[in-house]
Design a binder for this molecule. Structure first.
Ligand SMILES: [Zn+2]
Ligand SMILES: [Zn+2]
Length: 296
């Protein structure tokens, strides 16, 4: 047994390479499973999702291509066809029947509030747009932004019950050096805790996501080790994902991620099989290549 990864983006959405390159890279790293999770179409124009105009044909081509890779590589690596679906109240969510035919769905909150023209505001687009949105949407009140974000994550867990909760505390993305808030303060911990309790009740898997580390925004995974510790207390299952947008990052910092989980007392992680999700010993993970951070 070796690493698995269920969160990656190929060139069907905003990833860099064809799906085949990711499967070959996963084999090269002795990974046992690779799940693709292209960004599901949004009901408004976007530069990083499977296109709306071509939907459902592009969505269908995505499924067909990954399914053909699954057959081609059977016996060497498990290839799965997932989706990362946005949760935007009254617009889109992981439980939308349009996305039911996929192997699994990652539910993610990238949008909080609305812009002046009434479109959802994307929180994680860039440091500058985060700063601007904080002013325009929330009058500069970071607590209000964080509260809106975690309330949306909690609603998604409660109402949509996705297989996996994507990058649980994405609101930390631009908070390196506590630029906007102190993650140790009681108000922040309480907001995050309420969302974690909703995740615990949903039965969803909480991914450990190393994508923010790979892109140099933060030094620790989503969720932070503190929140991962709380998730363990609440009995929430986890799996290690990279959210990679290029094949070179498929197992980015997985060795560190597994060490964080072991250090907190986690003994098991979730893996996908033909019968659905099941837990497996964490110690079995990582017997392939080490999944270290590549040299800068
Ligand atoms: Zn995402
Ligand atoms: Zn993603």
């Amino acid at each position: 047994m070796s690493w698995t990864n269920y969160h990656c983006h190929c060139d069907f959405c905003d990833g860099a390479e064809r799906p085949l390159a990711y499967v070959e890279a996963a084999l090269d790293r002795d990974m046992s499973a690779l799940g693709f999770s292209s960004h599901a179409p949004l009901p408004f124009p976007s530069t990083w999702c499977i296109g709306l105009g071509r939907w459902p044909s592009t969505l269908e081509r995505y499924r067909t291509e990954i399914d053909s890779l699954r057959r081609l590589y059977r016996g060497r690596i498990s290839v799965w066809t997932g989706l990362e679906v946005d949760y935007i109240p009254d617009l889109i969510g992981p439980s939308d029947p349009a996305f039911s035919g996929f192997d699994y769905r990652i539910g993610s909150v990238h949008f909080v509030g609305r812009t002046e023209v009434g479109l959802p505001w994307q929180m994680d687009d860039s440091p500058a747009s985060f700063a601007l949105g904080l002013e325009e949407q929330f009058g500069g009140d970071i607590r209000a932004l964080v509260a809106a974000y975690f309330a949306s994550v909690a609603d998604m867990a409660r109402l949509e019950r996705p297989d996996i909760i994507g990058h649980f505390d994405l609101v930390r993305k631009y908070n390196s050096g506590s630029l906007y808030f102190d993650e140790g303060e009681a108000w922040y911990r309480e907001l995050a805790d309420a969302a974690l309790r909703a995740v615990a009740a949903s039965g969803s898997i909480l991914e450990l996501n190393t994508g923010g580390m790979a892109r140099g925004y933060i030094d620790e995974p989503y969720p932070s080790p503190r929140l991962l510790g709380r998730a363990l207390e609440l009995g929430i299952p986890t799996t290690i994902n990279s959210d990679s947008h290029r094949s070179a990052d498929l197992d980015f910092a997985f060795g560190e991620a597994a060490a964080i989980l072991s250090g907190l007392g986690y003994e098991r992680v979730m893996v996908l099989g033909s019968e659905g999700w099941r837990s497996e010993a964490l110690a079995k993970r990582g017997r392939g290549k080490p999944g270290l951070r590549p040299a800068a």
